[in-house]
Structures are given as structure tokens and as C-alpha cells.
Design a binder for this molecule. Sequence first.
Ligand SMILES: [Zn+2]
Length: 254
Amino acid sequence: MSRSHRLWRALARGREAFGAPATAGLRVLGYHSVGSALPGDPYGLSTPAEAFARQMESIASGRFGSPVSIGRAKLDGSAEIAVSFDDGYADTLTTAAPLLARLSIPFSVCVTPGLLDSGRPHLSWPELKELSLVPGCEIGAHGLTHARLDSLAAGDLARELSESRRRLEDALGGAVAVMTWPHGAASRRTADAARAAGYARAGCSLYGVNGPDRDPLLLKRTEIVSFDDERDFAGKASGTWDWFALRQGDPAAR
Ligand SMILES: [Zn+2]
């Protein structure tokens, strides 16, 4: 576990003394892998399967708001919570999806065609199709090559956005209108480009809750990592970790 995780855990636990923040809205949780040992994983990208099961049972209880997918959230200021996965790890299909379906929790999986082309540990294209048919599953894009999209010139940015969407729509035979920003790298410029490319909603990597005024192409998203214990998870889902956003900086201000 990193020193940074310990520091922010201490701040979050201090914040708990004042109760959960009163702000309601859509909170999006961000995961990567579940239940796989990823080689060299300093960021804690793979949440252990048992921890994930406990986390999803607490989501299903409704205590953090109504479970929704990113695309179907009302975004009207009511308490909603979305579970999302980035990168398209194969364990999203084999480990996470069966549990989510059993608990009737909708979820969003945002995948990068270039990573799917590269094989394990990522989903194959037929597996992506299978995943898309799991009840409650929404497939979104996550760039074409996993580049930092905010550092690309306009033409390359437009290509990443539209080509990733086209490849997914061709493979799935349905519309793709949701995405998440690779590396959380976004700005008002990239949000406008995503809007122009036909996306309705996109998640970044900024802790916090989304009210009706939030740009839907720059939705805040709270990352869950393997170091999170049950108290950390409850704190992240209810907002006592939102101070972390101070360190991250808001893409909507860039
Ligand atoms: Zn990613």
C-alpha cells in the first residue's frame, strides 16, 4: 500500500466524525480488474474477488443510492451509484459480471479496442460480445489505443474518439454512447470533441458526486483499489474520501 493511500485514509477517517457529506447525485465507482493477480500492480488495479463481492452486496442494499449504469443514470440530483470497469479485463466477464447479474446491479464496461486486439489479460472480441449480453451490462469506449487524449492534436483526438466507437458498434451491433477517459486525461476541449463524436456521457478520474450541473462528458468517478478495506470502500461510496479531488484537479477547469 502506498503512503499516499495511508495519508488519504487518515483524512477520510477524520472526515467520518462529521458524517457523510450531504450532497446527493450520481456517484460513479471505477474499477479495473477483479480477482486476478496482475504482474507488477503498484496501483492496486485488481480488487480481490471476496472484497468485490462484499462491496457489491453493499451496493445492492441501496444504502449508497439507486444502482444505475452511467448511460441510464437520471443525473437529476437524486442519489444514484454506478459501477464501472475500465480497459476490458477478461475477469470482468468471468468474475465480476456473474455476481453483478445475480445481484441485479447494472454496470458499465469501457474498453479499448487496441487492448482487446492485444489478447490476455484482456477480453477477446467474442468475449466482449458475450459480456454485452449479460443483463444490466452497458459497453462503452475507452479510447482506441489508451493514449492520453488531452495531449493529442484535434485530428488524432477525433480519430481516437470516433474510431473506438465505430469498432465497438460494428462488433456489438448496437449504439455506443458512453466512454471513460484513459488515464483520466480530459479537459473541456476533449469533452467538446467527445460530444461532437456522438458521445452522451463520459467518466474521468476525479473523486466526487455529480449533480445536475456537471458536464456529462466529464463525470466525476471515484476509483476503488485493491488496498481499500471495507471502511475505505464505504467512505469512498459515501463521500468521505472526496477530499482526494483537491490533489487531482478538475478537468472541467482545464
Ligand atoms: Zn484505462
